[in-house]
Design a protein around this ligand. Structure first.
Ligand code: SAH
Ligand code: SF4
Ligand code: F3S
Length: 448
């Protein structure tokens, strides 16, 4: 009997990947995807706990689902993801209409949990960190609906314990998947039409998976191995930590043409005292040096980063050091957040929490600077011809939407097909993308 499954995904790309795996593991039970909760038999909320606002969303969404549950016998609600891991007991207590609570390392047990919850009243809860890896039990990713760009999780968890962050508690210890498994999954995706793979991990460049000979290899070596897959045109990876950028990875940026010239490398702050209080394990100068090495290897590398403003004790001068770092390095894109105190993390207990209006004001100043840098980066690309991978049709007939090597969204009026990489001359900045025209060939000597 077919049943309908609706998954709502919050948070990072790892949750996007996990949502697809959850759908795969439930398919043998007869669940097919639905794009609305209204006719679903099972709704899964795949949650994020990174900031207070993110985790609050779960409780309001559960409130909205309550009438559906009351109206339809057999309708089930599951809460997965990082908030499930951190607040499983609380969810069960406050939201008695929830049937299943499952943490990020226990998704392979979903069929059993769903079955258990449908037999008995009360919620089935599994927030263990099992010794067996979920990857050994979950079906590997298949090309979903012919999308030419796909995610592939190669590493999970975090041992870094930045003082502001919940991830080490919600995702558990660092774990790297075996190289052969990753390669097999990558090959299957490429056979299904994938041209671009983004390798995922909370600390993706801490990857140290074992190869067939039992040797541990790092991300640089893994990138080189995957780059040999015929038909795969582009590789990216995210999110990396400055501490784990090694020579091999820098070298791969220099000489592996399939590795795209774009890197998301969170720095959080430009102040050494704040970086130390955050337990980031590097100084601002060391970050600058890493960027120099990367740019020496790949001069057209575009950088992206994450920033936190208003970390406990952050002074105006320390915030100004972040602005200085941003001005000096220049980012193509960036994400910036107000510090959010998370229960159970050391920074939540630190003295001198920064008042909300001060955080607001700092965030505005930082975002204005970052926005200007993004605009300048995009404007500098106008008039250039760049290879674009078309990922999906646009809103208008014939229109195609894709990405440049620097992850910029690009749209064209026509002249290609989804899954193709074509040279596009960039002509105009639009609201959320760059407009361009497909041309016959790349100019001689063009990068990427
Ligand atoms: N593993 C990555 C980051 C994962 S979380 C890294 O080490 O860089 C994504 C981003 O959310 C972080 O880079 C940080 O900027 C932000 N973030 C994490 N915890 C936060 C908190 N408590 N308050 C505000 N922003 C936070
Ligand atoms: Fe969180 Fe730090 Fe780990 Fe990133 S490195 S996931 S910010 S603890
Ligand atoms: Fe959020 Fe968990 Fe990702 S807290 S950012 S969903 S690892």
């Amino acid at each position: 009997m077919t049943k309908k499954l609706f998954i709502k995904t919050y948070g990072c790309q790892m949750n996007v990947y996990d949502s697809a795996r959850m759908a795969d593991v439930l398919a043998p039970l007869g669940y097919v995807a639905s794009d609305t909760p209204d006719d679903a038999d099972l709704v899964i909320l795949n949650t994020c706990h990174i900031r207070e606002k993110a985790s609050e969303k779960v409780f309001s969404e559960l409130g909205r689902l309550r009438p559906l549950k009351a109206a339809r016998p057999g309708f089930m609600i599951a809460v997965a993801g990082c908030t499930a891991q951190a607040e499983g007991e609380e969810i069960v207590r406050r939201m008695p209409h929830v049937d299943v609570v499952v943490g990020p390392q226990a998704y392979h047990r979903l069929p059993e949990l769903v079955a258990r919850a449908s037999r008995a009243a009360g919620a089935a809860l599994d927030t263990d960190f099992p010794v067996d890896s979920k990857f050994d039990h979950l079906p590997a990713a298949n090309a979903a609906g012919g999308a030419p760009a796909a995610f592939l999780t190669i590493q999970e968890g975090c041992d870094k314990f930045c003082t502001f962050c919940v991830v080490p508690y919600t995702r558990g210890a660092e774990y790297s998947r075996p190289v052969a498994d990753i390669e097999a999954e990558a090959r299957r995706l490429v056979e299904g039409g994938v041209r671009e793979l983004t390798l995922l991990g909370q600390n993706v460049n801490a990857f140290h998976g074992r190869d067939e000979a039992g040797r541990e290899i790092g991300l640089g070596a893994l990138v080189r191995r995957l780059a040999r897959i015929e038909g795969l045109a582009r590789l990216r990876y995210t999110t990396s930590h400055p501490r784990d950028v090694d020579d091999e990875l820098v070298a791969a940026h220099g000489d592996e043409p399939k590795l795209m010239p774009y890197l998301h490398l969170p720095v959080q702050s430009g102040s050494d005292r704040i970086l130390d209080a955050m337990n980031r394990g590097h100084t601002a100068a060391q970050f600058r040096r890493i960027v120099e090495r990367l740019r020496a290897a790949r001069p057209d590398l575009a950088l992206s980063s994450d920033f936190i403003v208003g970390f406990p004790g952050e002074t105006e001068a320390e915030f100004a050091a972040t602005l200085d770092l941003v001005r000096e390095i220049g980012f193509a894109t960036a994400f910036s957040f107000k510090y959010s105190a998370r229960p159970g993390t050391p920074a939540a207990l630190m003295d001198r929490q920064v008042p909300e209006p001060v955080k607001d004001e700092r965030l505005q100043r930082l975002q204005a600077l970052l926005r200007a840098q993004t605009d300048a980066f995009n404007a500098a690309c106008l008039g250039r011809t760049v290879p674009v991978l078309f990922e999906r049709p646009g809103r208008h007939p014939g229109q195609l939407v894709g990405r440049s090597p620097w992850l910029q969204p690009v749209h064209v009026g026509g002249g290609g097909e989804v899954g193709e990489i074509r040279p596009v001359r960039l002509t105009r900045l639009a609201t959320n993308s760059i407009a361009g025209d497909v041309v016959d060939e790349m100019p001689a000597g063009a990068a990427a």
